[in-house]
Design a protein around this ligand. Structure first.
Ligand code: CP
Ligand code: NVA
Length: 321
């Protein structure tokens, strides 16, 4: 507690013991408080004063899919907070051989203090959370990527100051990253425009919920098929891959369907001159974004990737401490 007072850190009390499956389950105030805590944790970590609030605690990290950023940032984050992040490849676990997810959740709750999981199916992660008695954190599912969205908004906030009223344009597939970005922007009273080709729009149900949040915060959510309209006067322009993990068979078709949705110099000319380019990474240069943009002066991709570490520490401290 002493360390906590010294650095005046405020874990988000209302989130203690909760899951993080989607930011739809959090209030706008909770999202805002997490973002502020993330920036505080970043500052004190860089001063070498990250408090060991998770001393003796273990986070199990289950992966059904590949990862660079999520795995390393959660593992390092736990270590910086004095705890331990235990990597588990789902293929090596009994869930890979058909053990019920309910049993897995109950058993792991006896060993661990929290579970981070990257899974194919959001429904499966919900089931895990229902049966586990410890917090479950979504490290990406087919529907959501909430930790990514927290890092994204932390990055915009740290560079632009205020988030409220800013415009974010997401160009591409209406996927997990898009859903979480839209929800997070809605919570923060931002204007978010998503441009996707016909047939690749965001999930209508999720968008209806995000729009309801935006109505309460003074933000807005716009879906379009026109990338120029989406990017017009944007403060941030966001890309993700056209083919997500697990969709590899659709790669050739998607290259055709998304060809007019590349973020290039011509498109970003419609954004504000000081726009930020963001990408959750990994990226495919010359597909969803040209090298001139992603490696250009308006790109914040490495800072954004680093912020996964601090945003997730804010989540870990609030849920597990
Ligand atoms: N952005 C992201 O989640 O990266 P990884 O797939 O490397 O974890
Ligand atoms: N939409 C991408 C994000 C990767 C971090 C995927 O699901 O593969």
């Amino acid at each position: 507690m002493k360390l906590l007072e010294e650095v005046q850190l405020k874990p988000v009390e209302s989130l203690k013991g909760k899951d993080l499956l989607t930011l739809l389950d959090y209030t706008s105030k909770e999202v805002q408080d997490l973002l502020e805590l993330a920036t505080q944790l970043k500052t004190i970590t860089k001063q070498g004063k990250c408090p060991r609030l998770l001393e003796g605690k273990t986070l199990g990290m289950i992966f059904e899919k590949s990862s660079t950023r999520t795995r390393v940032s959660f593992e390092v984050g736990m270590q910086q907070l004095g705890g331990y992040g235990m990597y588990m490849n789902a293929r090596d676990m009994q869930i890979g051989r058909g053990e019920p997810i309910s049993d897995t959740g109950k058993v792991l709750s006896g060993y661990l203090d929290g579970i981070m999981i990257r899974a194919n199916s959001h429904e499966m992660v919900k089931e895990l959370a229902e049966h586990a008695t410890i917090p479950v954190i979504n490290g990406l599912t087919d529907l959501f990527h909430p930790c990514q969205a927290l890092a994204d908004l932390e990055t915009i906030a740290e560079n632009k100051g205020e988030l409220k009223g800013l415009k974010v344009a997401y160009i591409g597939d209406g996927n997990n990253v898009a859903h979480s970005l839209v929800i997070a922007c809605a919570h923060m009273g931002m204007h978010v425009a998503v441009a996707s080709p016909e047939g690749y729009a965001c999930d209508a149900n999720i968008m209806a919920k995000a729009k309801a949040i935006a109505e309460a915060t003074g933000g807005s959510v716009t879906l379009t098929t026109d990338p120029i309209a989406a990017v017009k006067d944007a403060d941030a322009v966001y890309a993700d891959v056209w083919t997500s993990m697990g969709q590899e068979e659709e790669t050739q078709q998607r290259l055709i369907d998304f060809k007019d949705y590349q973020i290039n110099d011509e498109l970003v000319a419609h954004a504000k001159s000081d726009y930020m380019f963001l990408h959750c990474l990994p990226a495919h240069r010359e597909e969803e974004v040209t090298s001139s943009v992603i490696d250009g002066p308006n790109s914040y991709i490495y800072e954004q990737a680093e912020n996964r570490l601090h945003a997730q520490k804010a989540v870990l401290v609030s849920l597990l401490a």
